[in-house]
Write a new protein. Structure first.
Length: 277
């Protein structure tokens, strides 16, 4: 037989303050003769399974139901206007979903996406992002397909940050990217390149001081000027940035040569044949 554990507590009937013993004056509201006795159950509650179930509910109240009782979720779908594609998608595009269309080059993926943008653009704002074609080429394809739509916006861009900024500005309901492999992360690429360049220059400085001494500073100066000139000529943003990082790493190496000589003087590095030159 289970034992029920109880304890006696005192509550203030004015403010609800709880006390383990009776007191003439409530310490919370300072009222006299307001404490009343009460008996409460102190048995521990049954443990509740906090793991989240597949149904999304907490606890153990989830029970199996028969197949006939199952309900089909009322997904919000948008028909693309292409019957065969809608059939493949189960009735259309589900709101908030991502659909990947793949195939061999030249089979008509871009044409299909342009037709989808026309149908969806009749009732929704569509942003068509192309990383492979210019805006002029997109316009020619749209005219060839007799596509017109004021709610279709075209963007030719491969930089992911720029694409996200435009999506934030336009707030489109449908985003079409042609194609996803052309998107790049400029910041990550430049960051990795900078890390690699600095890692390469450091041992070069050590070897240069060891064999040639500090007199080889002019080599880094010439290299810096050359890389600076190339960064101004190259049109590609990523390549130009990497060349600029390389140029200023060359300038930094001139000062690093002097610091390396001081490290050798302190005995931190071995003295080479060019140390005193």
């Amino acid at each position: 037989m289970a034992t029920v554990k109880t304890k006696t507590v005192w509550f203030c009937k004015e403010c609800g303050n709880e006390s383990p013993k009776w007191m003439g004056k409530c310490p919370s509201c300072n009222q006299w003769n307001t404490m009343v006795e009460d008996v409460i159950n102190t048995a521990p509650e049954e443990p509740v399974n906090k793991r989240k179930s597949l149904s999304g509910s907490l606890g153990t109240d989830n029970h199996a139901i028969s197949y006939d009782e199952l309900e089909i979720p009322d997904y919000i779908r948008s028909q693309t206007g292409l019957d065969e594609l809608d059939r493949v998608l189960g009735g259309g595009l589900v709101h908030g979903s991502v659909v990947l269309i793949s195939g061999e080059p030249g089979i008509g993926k871009s044409t299909l996406l342009m037709q989808i943008s026309e149908c969806l653009g009749e009732s929704r704002k569509v942003l068509y992002i192309s990383g492979e074609e210019s805006s002029g080429q997109l316009k020619l394809r749209a005219e060839r397909l007799k596509i017109t739509g004021e709610s279709i916006y075209l963007l030719t861009e491969t930089d992911t940050d720029a694409v996200l900024a435009e999506c934030e500005r336009l707030k489109p309901e449908v985003i079409i990217i042609d194609s996803i492999q052309t998107m790049n992360f400029t910041g990550i690429i430049v960051g990795l390149a900078t890390f690699f360049i600095i890692g390469v220059f450091h041992p070069i400085v050590i070897k240069a001081e060891y064999y040639l001494g500090t007199k080889c500073w002019w080599m880094f100066l010439v290299a810096g000027i050359a890389f600076c000139a190339l960064s101004l000529v190259v049109e590609n943003l990523i390549a130009s940035t990497i060349l600029g990082v390389t140029a200023f790493s060359s300038y930094w190496s001139i000062l690093e040569l002097i610091h390396q000589k001081r490290r050798v003087d302190k005995g931190w590095f071995p003295e080479g044949p060019g140390h005193n030159k």
